[in-house]
Ligand binder design. Structure first.
Ligand code: GMT
Length: 377
């Protein structure tokens, strides 16, 4: 395949979309493509030097005359500069707003006709799409992009329903970097965390936003703990954290719920876990489920958004209705009390992450889209 020069714009520090954009850039670079990140800071997952990955930083000046710093305009200007200076073949931007809209403006400013691929990750549609002041801009970003992808069939359908764009949307699911996420020996860490060898471990990882419904995770764990000796690992931080601390205190579970904050060594934490919980009310895909599954952890999640595209009930985990902590607890107890079932589910979970959503497969899907775009040019 022809080697391409690809510009990538994403939020370099925010959650799953930044992870997917950066990991994709790294894998494309490893296949010989030249990658230009155009972002507000160096992507956090860009943790080693690549000869063919370049990082172009957007400088946003805050002049006292402006009430708000003009990030979007500065980004569009930087995109135009990089298109011209680096002779890019295409742009791949993550999020309809602001990034697709900035890419369209940047392309125009550069007097270029390069193709733009826009990937929708969820929040731009399921949260911002309900805001009538932004809907028009989201639709514009989608319609003026040359190829639009969504990270699940569910998000694709929701975009059609909420935004009604005159543009085809294609599903390209999330993937996981198997080199980072795989089963590791975590016995020492488990001991260091004060968890007994035979104690079961449940894990939840998120940015503790309201949509993650961490209170349902804690409610589920409270019911599990009555039947099984277990600890709950809460990993991450965010706006709902203080309420969750209070809930744990009220339930007198301080000794059994470990607040670990933001962590890098997630695969070790997953490897010591027996069940992953994700009780979100909105979730375009649920990359954290895949990360857990890549470490052999079955998952229990809500029948919401893209989650049913990952969890196959009875095979690699269970699905429950939103807010149903009784059903989630029952499912967890079933897995935790039956070693044979757990083993089967752990194997199926590994298969889900490394076969159905393997990085190789998803990378090939993105490369095919890029090739289509260049063939059209
Ligand atoms: O989940 C978050 O709050 C972070 C958010 C983001 O924009 O990074 O994640 C979204 O994109 C991920 C990568 O495509 C998806 O796996 C998450 O499901 C999606 N989050 C939501 O839809 C809430």
């Amino acid at each position: 395949m022809r080697k391409m020069k690809i510009g990538i714009t994403c939020y370099p520090t925010v959650g799953g979309s930044g992870v997917i954009a950066t990991e994709l850039g790294k894998m494309l670079a490893e296949k010989g493509h030249e990658i230009h990140f155009i972002t507000s800071s160096t992507p956090f997952r860009l943790n080693r030097l690549y000869a063919n990955i370049f990082s172009h930083q957007v400088d946003v000046n805050s002049y006292s005359v402006f009430q708000y710093a003009p990030y979007d305009i500065a980004l569009a200007t930087k995109i135009a500069e990089v298109i011209k200076n680096e002779q890019l073949d295409l742009l791949h931007v993550h999020y309809a707003i602001p990034h697709a809209v900035c890419a369209i403006l940047g392309r125009d400013m550069a007097g270029s006709d390069i193709g733009i691929v826009t990937t929708l990750h969820g929040t731009d549609i399921t949260v911002l799409g309900t805001d009538s002041s932004l809907k028009g801009a989201i639709r514009y970003g989608i319609e003026k992009s040359d190829i639009v992808t969504a990270v699940s069939d569910s998000l694709k359908q929701q975009t059609y329903d909420m935004i009604a764009p005159d543009q085809k949307i294609e599903t390209v699911h999330n993937f996981v970097d198997e080199r980072e996420y795989h089963v590791r020996d975590s016995s020492v860490l488990k001991q260091e965390l004060g968890i007994a060898v035979d104690e079961k471990v449940l894990i939840h990882v998120s940015n503790f936003r309201k949509v993650k419904r961490v209170e349902d995770v804690v409610a589920t764990f409270a019911k599990v703990r009555r039947a099984v000796d277990a600890k709950l690992l809460l990993v991450g931080d965010g706006p709902e954290m203080s309420g969750i601390h209070q809930q744990v205190k009220d339930l007198q579970m301080e000794k059994d719920v470990l607040f670990l904050g933001k962590r890098d060594n997630l695969s070790e934490l997953y490897s010591m876990s027996d069940v992953k919980l994700l009780m979100s009310e909105k979730e375009a895909f649920g990359l954290v489920l895949l990360e857990a599954m890549a470490c052999g952890v079955p998952a229990i999640g809500t029948r919401i958004g893209g989650i049913p595209e990952i969890i196959e009930p009875g095979k690699n985990g269970y699905l429950v209705e939103l807010g149903d902590s009784d059903a989630a607890a029952q499912a967890a107890i079933r897995i935790l009390n039956d070693d044979t079932l757990h083993e089967h589910m752990a194997k199926a979970a590994l298969h889900t992450a490394t076969e159905r959503f393997s990085s190789k497969k998803i990378l090939a899907e993105y490369e095919a889209l890029y090739a289509r775009l260049l063939d059209k040019a």
